[in-house]
Design a binder for this molecule. Structure first.
Ligand code: FAD
Length: 325
């Protein structure tokens, strides 16, 4: 168990930055990492810790923990990152969104992260609560953009900060040039890396990387970590796509539709097979293109990610069958 010292805003060196952790990773081929969300009930909590233990064994470089709109998961997010610090070897990143908070509330939240031993924060603006695609209004005493949150986190303490990036462009951005300017602005404000929105077309990722390098070579040298999700359910992926504004390529969508079948219940086994094969192929291509790390959106399950890692020879295939979910 790690003994946590009191939070000292000048001390960010308690844990390494994500960038250093990735550089030091000993995972075969390329480092990998996982995203968790704070569980809502006991069964979900149990599943999360089973998944965390699998990924800890497999040598995940880090685990990021999401933050609900308007602070709706505040206490649960803090509890999960604290437990990751205390009980696992995984380096946590705590997400933080500006939506619905005053600047003072955000300062307090950042200090709270520091107090439970978090050194890495992903700075996000967030979406309007209720309808993520609805009208965005900043809190009158809050922040408008993630770039401001990056600066605020650095004001509060010596944290390592990352931001979101969007291979297809953020759905509210005027165009891809504006989207690139926004990302470069967040990196110049002090973010050390970005993690992308999930995507399925590698060209979108490669074009984003090229755009950032062309706009600012210094910022373009910072890691752009691809966010990935092996599809295991057509229903779930459709919902994710709807909420995030990203697109499923027509070819993949058609294959998944055919695999799901016409019955009242989708054929999960067939959908899973297509999803895992597609994710494996995408990861192979990302590794060939020099992606710095593969970041899996796990939905707190471990098996699909584990299977992809085994297909990539990044985890022993014999262990997958023993992974229950
Ligand atoms: C890896 C990842 C993790 C995420 N985790 C969470 C989470 O835990 N909780 C959650 O609620 N959401 C999460 N999200 C979703 C995220 O909050 C939304 O996508 C949100 O709409 C954008 O957040 P941002 O940090 O990119 O915002 P910003 O970078 O502030 O951009 C938001 C919009 O404002 C525009 N913009 C930015 N700066 C300017 C400017 N100076 N002038 C004009 N326009 C500007 C941008 O083009 C964009 O359209 C995550 C997204 C990603 C990719």
């Amino acid at each position: 168990m790690t003994q946590l010292p009191d939070f000292d805003p000048t001390d960010g060196g308690r844990h390494p930055s994500i960038v250093d952790r990735i550089a030091a990773s000993t995972t075969p081929r390329v480092p990998f990492s996982v995203e968790f969300y704070p569980p809502r009930d006991e069964a979900a909590e149990e599943r999360l810790w089973r998944a965390a233990s699998v990924f800890s064994e497999l040598g995940a470089a880090f685990a990021s923990v999401t933050y609900g709109a308007g602070g709706s998961t505040r206490d649960r997010t803090v509890r999960v990152v604290e437990r990751i610090v205390r009980e696992t070897d995984i380096l946590p990143i705590a997400h933080l969104t500006a939506v619905g908070h005053t600047a003072d509330e955000l300062r307090e939240m950042i200090r709270m992260y520091g107090e439970v031993g978090v050194s890495n924060i992903l700075a996000l603006r967030g979406d309007p609560p209720g309808d993520p695609l609805g009208e965005w209004t900043a809190h009158p005493e809050g922040l408008r953009y993630a770039e401001e949150l990056v600066r605020l986190i650095h004001e509060v303490g010596n944290f390592h900060v990352g931001v979101a990036s969007f291979p297809e462009g953020h759905y509210r951005a005027r165009d891809l040039d504006h989207d690139t300017e926004v990302l470069v602005g967040k990196l110049r404000a002090g973010a050390e890396y970005s993690i992308t929105q999930m995507f399925w077309d590698i060209d979108d990722y490669l074009r984003l990387r090229d755009r950032v390098v062309a706009a600012d070579p210094e910022q373009g040298a910072k890691p752009i970590i691809p966010g990935l999700m092996p599809v295991t359910s057509l229903r779930v992926v459709r919902r994710m796509v709807e909420l995030s504004g990203c697109a499923l390529p027509e070819g993949l969508s058609e294959k998944l539709r055919l695999a799901a079948g016409d019955g009242p219940e989708e054929n999960r086994a067939a959908v899973r097979e297509v999803g895992i094969e597609f994710a494996t192929d995408l990861c192979e291509r990302l590794i060939a293109e020099g992606a710095p790390c593969l970041h899996f959106n796990t939905l707190n399950f471990s098996r699909a990610t584990h299977e992809v890692l085994a297909n990539l020879s990044m985890a022993p295939a014999s262990d997958v069958a023993a992974t229950s979910l």
